[in-house]
Design a protein around this ligand. Sequence first.
Ligand SMILES: [Fe+2]
Length: 276
Amino acid sequence: MVGTVKEISNHGAGLGYRQELSENLASREHGIDVVEILADQWMSPGSLGQLREISERFDTVTHGVAMSLAGAGRIDTKYLERVREVVEVCQSDYYSEHLAATHIPGIDSQHLCPPIVSAESRRACVRNVKQANSALGVPLAIENITYSISTTSDHLEAAKFFADVVVDSDSLILLDVANLYINSQNHRFDPEVYLSQLPLERVVHIHLAGGVTTSTGKLIDSHSESIAEGIWDLARNTAELCNPRTVIVERDQNFPDADVLLEEVATARSIYFDHQ
Ligand SMILES: [Fe+2]
């Protein structure tokens, strides 16, 4: 596995590519090392030509939301074929997905649901990751999600489950720092202890994002606000513990001027890459 991490290129810091940002990004390419392509947005017939143009303008990494790695059934082979097309157009050296269930046979939750923490579920997750690995031809980087309910109240157990799936499937990690921060605040655990359970030498990719606070004080991972200071602080701590190849600022709504996002990208770049 260490060899696999070494084979991943240094992509640098950038943004999740969104159509709403495309015009603004065209004139600011100098501030972006890489854009993250959401594969699920590029699966309609005929969209790959435009994706090819983007991949010629920017260094790209690829990411998805609907593989359902923690689902009970096998992964849809037609979905994997479409993801593989995106991976090939972007010439990705890895592909990232959430350790989550988005559907079970016959039901689409339209939502990232946390995995059931059990030995049987772990075996199913590992089997699914291996199926995806061989179908895509590149290693998977597995992402930690936010959750409002969990099948275990022991968050160390949840961290251990995540780590076991990563190690047993010989995968990489996408560490979403915002997701970890939000979970630690909403469920009252120490993010540093959670991190201590993970094989951080496998982290190749970081996500950062800003969310909202509800009237009851709960944090929501809405990707709609500037990144909060608590998340930047946790990012600085994680930069001491891992050497990612890619750092992405995620923004999906309430888009500010591109200069605001590029400032966040510059901060992320300095946190993770200035000391390397
Ligand atoms: Fe994320």
